[in-house]
Ligand binder design. Structure first.
Ligand code: GCV
Length: 676
C-alpha cells in the first residue's frame, strides 16, 4: 500500500512537473487530449502533422482537409487556405500541403482565443512569400546579440544527435506562419559551407521540412579563397564563379529544397566584391547565377556604411540606388527598417519605396540589441506596425512600406520579410517571457502585415497566459505602451545611438572616442551649449532629400517634423519651443521622466496580475521588471545629467530628481564580452 501511494505521488508530481509553466510551451499551451475526427484526402508528412495537431487539440466536430487545385482555392497560393463550416463540422481547403498545416494552426488559434464560435468562414493568404528568421548564431554556439543563452544548434553533436528542441522550434514557427530560417550569423564563418557542416545543416533541414520551413545559410564572400584555396574571391574570376556553382550543386544534392544565401558584404569589415574593385551587383549576380538552376535566391544586405563616408543614415541609399534594376531576378535586397541600426525608434530607410525595379525586403530585429536585451519588457509590434504603415510616397500617397515590399505596389517576383531571431537554448526560448511575444508578433505580421499590435498582443496573451479579462485588459495595455516607454527612458524625441560602446546595453551619451566616428555617441546627438540633434536638413547632411515629397518637406521643417523624429532630423537650441509649448530641454526631461514612470506602472500592473499567473512565470517577470525600473532611472539620470552640462538649465522642479551622480555613472563598465 505504501508503495502504491508512493507511486501515485510520484506520478502526480511528474504530471505537475510536465505542466510546469516555465515558458517552454510558448503560445502552444492548448490541451492535447481532444480526439477530434479529422480526415484528409492526402497523406504526407506535412498533412499528417496538420491532422495530428487537430485530432489532439480541436474541441469541435469533424474536420475535412482537402488538398485541391480548385480555382477559388489555388488563387490563395500554396500557403493560403479557405475554411468554412462551424464548430460542429468544417472543411479546410488549400492548394498546398503547408496551407493545410497553417489552416490547422489558424483554427486552433481562433479556438484558443475564443473566436471559433458560430459560423467559421476564413480565407487567408500570407502577405510575403518568404517569412524568414535570421539567426546570428556562430558555429561555436555563441549568438551575436543573443540574450537567451547559447545557440539552439548543437553543431558538435549534429548530425548524429538530434535535440527534440529542433522539432519544437519548427512547430512553433509553423504555428505562426514562419516558413524559412537562416541558421548562421551574417558575420559568417566560411566553415558553414564545408563538408563537415553541410551534413549537419541537412539534418536540421530534414527535421524542419514537414513543417514547411526551408533552410538558408549566411555565406562569407571570401569562401572560395578561404575554403577553396583559390588565390582570391573576385566575383569576375571564372574559377571563383565555378567554385560557387560547384558548392551550390553540393548543397542541393544534400538539401534539394535549400532556400539560398544571405550575404553581408563589405560591411563592418566583412569581405565583399569591393575588395576586388567590383560592385554589389557583380557580387550578388554571381551568387544568384550559381543558385538559379535550383531555384535558390540571394538575399543581399544593404546594411553598408563607410567610416569615411557621408552621414551614416544616407549610405545604404547612396550605395544601392544607382544599381536599381541591375540585379538578377532571384535577388532581393534586404534592408534594415531604419537607416542607422535597429534603434529604439528610427524613421524608415528611404530605400523603401525608392528602389522600384528591384525587390526589397525589410529586416527587423526581434532580438533586443538596442532595447534592453532580454531584461526589458518591450513589445515590438507597435514599432513594426509604425514602420510598415509609414507612407514612403514612392508612388504617391498610400505607398506604405508594407505595400512597397509585399508586391501590391510594385510587380515583384520575390516578396519577403526577415527578423533577427531572439531565440536561444534558454528554457523559455527568449530569455524574457514577454520576449516570446516579439517572435510571435514577427510571424503574425509576416503573415498579415495589416494586423494591429492590439490584436497580436491579445492573441498572444490569451494563448500564452489566460483570457481572464481582469488580466487581459491591463496587461495588454502594458504591452502596447512598452515600446514607447523604452524610447522615452532611452532616446526620446529622435535621439539615437547614445548607447554604451559595443554591448549597447546601458547609456553612454558621453562616448566620444572609437576607431571610427560613427561608432561614437557624440556623432549622433551633437549636444553643445547651443543645442542638440543631428541636422539632416539641407543645411546639414541633407538626408531628408532621400525621401519623397511631401515627406522631405515635412521632415525638413521642425514645425511639421513629428516630435518623435525631431532630433533625428534637426539640431535645435535648448530653448526651442515644442508643439506642446515646453522648451526642448524641459520636454526632454518630461520624456525621460515619463519613461521611468511608465515602467513603475508596469510593475504595479504585473503585481496586480499575480493571481492569474503561475508562480514561476510571475516571479521571473517581476524580477525582470525590477531590473528594468532600475535601468530606466539609470538611463534618465545619465542622459539628463550629461545633457544638462550643455543646457545649463534645471530639471523642471515638478519632476523627480536624479538619484545618481554623473561621475559615478560614467565609471560603470559592464563586462559583456559575450554579448558583442
Ligand atoms: C551581425 C549591428 C550589430 C552587429 C551586427 C550588424 C549587422 O552593427 O551591432 O552585431 O552584426 O549590426 O546587422 O550586420
Amino acid at each position: 500500500m505504501k508503495r502504491l501511494i508512493w507511486i501515485c505521488a510520484s506520478l502526480l508530481i511528474g504530471c505537475l512537473y510536465l505542466q510546469a509553466e516555465d515558458g517552454s510551451r510558448l503560445w502552444l499551451r492548448a490541451a492535447t487530449d481532444a480526439q477530434a475526427t479529422v480526415t484528409a484526402n492526402k497523406k504526407s508528412p506535412t498533412v499528417d502533422l496538420a491532422v495530428r495537431e487537430l485530432q489532439t487539440q480541436w474541441k469541435g466536430g469533424a474536420v475535412k482537409l482537402l488538398l485541391t487545385q480548385a480555382k477559388e482555392v489555388s488563387r490563395l497560393g500554396r500557403d493560403g487556405f479557405r475554411m468554412d463550416g462551424n464548430r460542429k463540422g468544417l472543411t479546410i481547403q488549400s492548394a498546398g500541403e503547408q496551407g493545410l498545416l497553417y489552416a490547422a494552426y489558424h483554427l486552433l488559434r481562433i479556438q484558443e482565443t475564443g473566436k471559433a464560435n458560430g459560423e467559421i468562414l476564413v480565407e487567408e493568404s500570407p502577405a510575403y512569400d518568404i517569412r524568414i528568421l535570421n539567426h546570428w548564431d556562430n558555429l561555436n554556439r555563441t549568438v551575436e546579440r543573443g540574450y537567451a543563452g547559447y545557440s539552439l544548434w548543437q553543431w558538435d553533436e549534429l548530425p548524429a544527435v538530434l535535440s527534440p528542441r529542433y522539432e519544437a522550434y519548427a512547430r512553433a514557427n509553423a504555428s505562426i506562419g514562419i516558413n524559412a530560417t537562416v541558421l548562421n550569423n551574417v558575420n559568417a564563418s566560411p566553415q558553414i559551407l564545408s563538408a563537415t557542416y553541410l551534413p549537419k545543416v541537412k539534418a536540421l533541414a530534414d527535421i524542419f521540412r514537414p513543417y514547411g520551413i526551408k533552410v538558408y545559410l549566411s555565406v562569407n564572400f571570401a569562401s572560395p579563397a578561404v575554403l577553396g584555396g583559390l588565390p582570391d574571391s573576385d566575383p569576375l574570376r571564372p574559377e571563383v564563379q565555378q567554385w560557387w556553382k560547384d558548392k551550390a550543386r553540393e548543397i542541393y544534392k544534400l538539401i534539394p529544397d535549400f532556400g539560398g544565401f544571405l550575404v553581408k558584404a563589405n560591411s563592418e569589415g566583412e569581405p565583399g566584391p569591393h575588395d576586388y574593385g567590383r560592385t554589389h551587383v557583380d557580387g550578388a549576380n554571381m551568387l544568384a547565377d550559381a543558385l538559379k538552376p535550383y531555384n535558390g535566391i540571394v538575399m543581399w544586405r544593404a546594411f553598408v556604411y563607410n567610416p569615411s563616408g557621408d552621414d551614416r543614415a544616407k549610405q545604404a541609399y547612396l550605395e544601392f540606388m544607382p544599381f536599381d534594376g541591375q540585379f538578377r531576378d532571384n535577388i532581393i535586397i534586404q534592408v534594415k527598417n531604419g537607416p542607422v541600426d535597429f534603434q529604439p525608434r528610427e524613421p524608415f530607410t528611404p530605400l523603401f519605396g525608392a528602389m522600384q525595379k528591384t525587390p526589397v525586403m525589410a529586416e527587423l530585429q526581434i532580438t533586443q540589441e538596442y532595447l534592453g536585451f532580454s531584461n526589458h519588457l518591450a513589445f515590438l509590434a507597435p514599432m513594426w506596425e509604425e514602420f510598415l504603415h509609414s507612407d514612403t510616397y514612392g508612388q504617391g500617397a498610400g505607398s506604405t512600406v508594407a505595400a512597397a515590399t509585399d508586391g501590391s505596389l510594385f510587380t515583384q517576383k520575390l516578396t519577403a520579410i526577415s527578423g533577427v531571431a531572439n531565440i536561444g537554448e534558454d528554457t523559455n526560448w527568449c530569455g524574457h517571457h514577454f520576449a516570446q511575444a516579439n517572435w510571435y508578433a514577427f510571424g503574425r505580421l509576416a503573415w498579415n502585415n495589416t494586423l494591429s499590435s492590439a490584436q497580436i498582443a491579445d492573441e498572444w496573451l490569451r494563448t500564452t497566459f489566460t483570457s481572464e479579462p481582469e488580466f487581459l485588459t491591463p496587461v495588454k495595455r502594458m504591452m502596447l505602451d512598452s515600446h514607447q516607454a523604452v524610447v522615452d527612458y532611452m532616446m526620446p524625441l529622435g535621439l539615437h545611438h547614445i548607447f554604451a560602446e559595443n554591448h549597447h546595453y546601458g547609456p553612454q551619451p558621453w562616448f566620444d572616442k572609437a576607431s571610427r566616428p560613427d561608432w561614437t555617441s557624440t556623432y549622433y546627438h551633437k549636444a553643445s551649449g547651443s543645442g542638440i540633434g543631428f541636422d539632416r536638413t539641407a543645411s546639414g547632411s541633407n538626408a531628408v532629400a532621400q525621401y519623397f515629397s511631401p515627406l522631405r518637406e515635412i521632415y525638413s521643417n521642425p514645425a511639421t517634423c513629428p516630435d518623435k523624429y525631431l532630433l533625428w532630423f534637426h539640431h535645435l537650441p535648448w530653448n526651442y519651443r515644442m508643439k506642446n509649448n515646453r522648451t526642448l530641454w524641459d520636454d526632454l526631461c518630461y520624456s525621460y521622466d515619463r519613461g521611468v514612470k511608465a515602467v513603475r506602472n508596469f510593475q504595479q500592473v504585473w503585481d496586480e496580475a499575480e493571481r492569474y499567473v503561475d508562480a514561476q512565470r510571475f516571479t521571473e517577470v517581476q524580477s525582470k521588471l525590477k531590473i528594468q525600473a532600475r535601468d530606466a532611472v539609470w538611463w534618465r539620470d545619465a542622459c539628463l545629467l550629461y545633457f544638462q552640462t550643455f543646457s545649463a538649465q534645471p530639471i523642471p522642479y515638478e519632476l523627480e530628481r536624479p538619484v545618481n551622480e554623473l561621475e559615478e555613472l560614467k565609471k560603470i563598465k559592464l563586462d559583456m564580452k559575450h554579448h558583442n
